[in-house]
Write a protein that binds this ligand. Sequence first.
Ligand SMILES: [Zn+2]
Length: 386
Amino acid sequence: MGDMRRTITGKAIVRACALAAAVLLAPSMVSGNGTVPGIRVEIFGDASTLHIEGKGIQIIDTYRNLALFRNPGYSYLILSAGNNGLVVDRKLYPARMVTLLFSGGVVKINDRLLRGHLEIANIDNSHLVVIDVVNLESYVAGLVNAEMPHNWPLEALEAQAVVARTYALWQKERHLNQYYDMAADFMDQVYSGAGSEDSRGWKAVNATRGQIITYQGKPILAMYHSECGGETENSEDAIGYRYPYLRSVKCNFCKGAPGLNWKYALSLQQLARRLIVKGYTLSHVYGFRVMKRSRTQRVTVARVVTDHGNIDLDGATLRSVVGYDKLRSTLFHVRAKNGTLFFKGRGFGHGVGMCQWGAYGMARKGYTYRQIIHFYYTGVRIEKLY
Ligand SMILES: [Zn+2]
């Protein structure tokens, strides 16, 4: 078994392990039977050392269902990847994947507070992957405050809770063959664990417990973004696929939001460097031109003229090259002067689905979370799953 495993890649091992573990350990994740579904979140994809602190810690060899460590009291452990095993407090255990259980509600790992239980796997004997298996309500509670300031109106937080719950379920249905449902970074949703939970976040989660947004009976892809800048985007223009519920709507509710209007200057030289970092072949950039805009005037194709020919980038790729926090949206105009591009734009994010600052504006004006959701998602229903 060991030899065969060594021939496959680390990631494949984790997937295989995690699937086995999911079958062995995870509670029923079937929706609609009253049970809160579990969500698997990748917390660390590439950790060298884990500092683990908590009460009632048990470390179990996931394959053999064998306890390697157990302390009902408070423990402080250091865990790292070893040769075909895991090193717990300098002792090597021949387990490539372990399940970490704890009592007391949360465990602290490298300054993150986490709920549920954890799966920790050795990848290529060099680093560790940590998956948090947490119930959906706790996951949403950890998310709401990471995605929205805790002092925002409750109706906005409630809308965010329903949206985050729905998004997580949609992801889960599509990741059935993968070892996690969600990555903990902003490409999915920003989950930092229980550390970001607070009482208002939990209030919003509990007030909407089990509620999700559906279209024709299925959880929707509940995309959202920081601020649309006046009009949200049709999904096909941002992600290349038309969802009937992700339609452009005029949004006046984010008017006056901080950072709504932005400017950014980028030299052609800097653009060349960023393209090279992303793996494009070129030495110099000579020009930049907007080739195509969507109906809402967002840039959908931009052409970069280089010494190795033209590179056409779609809006999302352009933002990833320049930097998502630099080119805050694709709703911009650009002017070139003396080898520098001057961008002037509006909004923050891809513009699809719920505009978070718009949700804030609506809540301040007295709209309910249901009205907020129905405003940004066309033709949907809000249903209670459990
Ligand atoms: Zn807006």
